[in-house]
Design a protein around this ligand. Structure first.
Ligand code: ZN
Length: 229
């Protein structure tokens, strides 16, 4: 009888231990703003495109310096300008998902978020035969609903460590200063290849790339920076 009770106690303890281990290993959402690296590597990212005029202009500058970048595209814009989207992919750059309509994520439930991510993904697959594994939300939003979506999906959320504020009608000189004064190894730099007014991004890029190359920086895609490809 005594032996039986001891056996039951051990069984109960084992059960509690297993439950504790199961609940303490909660999955975590993968979010990156920069990486710690010994190498002098940085990643340029361009959001909101593709744009029929700005995207080819930016591609031309990147090609001239043989610099790779990552483009976080909006599904609707891929639908409207598939040639520009394909030009990005054919040039060997990386493409990430930036939702279908660029909504305010904070106002969306999980189903609506899944739909936004899924529709952008489908558009990229159908028109460009490309499957992204990186996601950037509009305004870099990270809400509990989005976290739940990311736990079910296999996307990696990529935000940024250096905002050039090129979206904020800044002068070329201000954008260039923001990067040259603020940059450090492992940075993910936020720029835009779709801006609704007179964009200074290409002009700024013309100065930023040679200046950083002369400082010994190496430009890589986000996946290369994260060491996942
Ligand atoms: Zn955006």
């Amino acid at each position: 009888m005594k032996r039986e009770r001891r056996f039951l106690t051990i069984l109960c303890c084992l059960f509690l231990l297993i439950r504790f281990l199961a609940f303490s290993s909660v999955a975590e959402v993968k979010v990156y703003r920069s990486v710690e690296t010994e190498k002098k590597q940085i990643a340029l990212t361009f959001d909101d495109g593709p744009h029929p005029r700005l995207t080819p202009k930016i591609l031309e500058i990147l090609a001239r310096y043989n610099v790779p970048a990552t483009f976080f595209m909006v599904g609707q814009n891929i639908l409207n300008y598939p040639e520009a989207a394909r030009a990005v992919i054919n040039a060997g750059h990386e493409v990430g998902n930036h939702t279908f309509t660029h909504p305010h994520i904070a106002s969306l439930n999980e189903n609506a978020i899944f739909e936004e991510i899924g529709k952008c993904e489908e558009t990229l697959a159908e028109l460009c035969e490309y499957r992204p594994h990186l996601l950037r939300t509009p305004q870099g939003a990270l809400t509990p609903n989005l976290e739940n979506c990311l736990l079910e999906d296999d996307y990696i959320l990529v935000l940024w460590s250096l905002d050039t504020r090129d979206w904020d009608n800044k002068s070329t000189a201000t954008i260039v200063r923001a990067v040259l004064d603020g940059v450090s190894a492992g940075d993910i730099i936020l720029m835009h290849d779709y801006i609704g007014y007179n964009s200074k991004t290409p002009e700024a890029l013309e100065q930023i790339i040679p200046a950083l190359l002369s400082q010994g920086y190496e430009f890589v895609t986000v996946s290369e920076l994260l060491g996942i490809r």
